[in-house]
Ligand binder design. Sequence first.
Ligand code: GLN
Length: 277
Amino acid sequence: MYRKFFIDLYTKNNFPFDEAKSEVDLILDILFNYGYKDFVLGKKLEDWQSAKVERVVKERISTHRPIQQILGQAYFYGRKFFVNENTLIPRPETELLVKKALDLCKDSENVSVLDIGTGTGCIPITLAMENKNITADSVDISTGAIEIAEKNALFHNVYERVHFYKSDLFERVEKRYNIITSNPPYIPLKDKENLQNEVKNYDPALALFTKDEQGIEFYEKILDKSEDYLLEGGYIVFELGINQAELVQEMMKKLEYKNIEIIKDYNSIARVISAKK
Ligand code: GLN
């Protein structure tokens, strides 16, 4: 079979063409390490390969489970990460958080990072890979997430500088850090119905929802205690949900954080906030 056969299979089942194309390319990349260029040059899949791709595409079409969960891998910052039903699929918006954290410590020699609610571990692992001076402790309340995160750290060879442990926020955190990062759950439970089916039905609820009306419960809880876990002049960097920048900024001001910066994403949504203690 040719690549086009599978793209057609998607579009015949009402997936937009661009989505179909990028998903087929992801499948061919993850399963066989093929780039689309191989196919533009006329490559054809062997029968056993076609059968494998067809199984994946049919599952995707019939269940609407996200393709990354079916394949068990997703791209983040240009690298592959293992994902499963216990972890949020890493998103491009989170790369902005990583960029900001890298920028904040680019001139420092030894940088310690604490990542709260680490999921796949994509944040601390990327930080450690991008900057050899970084060591990170990463916590998550989900043991299923910790297992995947450790696998990712091993896969990317940063196991010695990035450590994971199970902790409900700061519960088992014992030291102070230069930078605290977090992409916590930030969607108010009442907004669940408005979400895309892929997110609503398959991303872990634990990683998405907050009990409060504004989705700011975790920013509050983290900021409330962050003073005890940041070194002098340390930074905090959060990913934000829609319409949360002002609320979080107010909290930070009350706690006398300085140098507050808000970064917008590709859709002009205030997506990342950073501040200095
Ligand atoms: N920190 C992880 C990520 O950015 C998990 C986030 C979460 O589960 N809320 O993907």
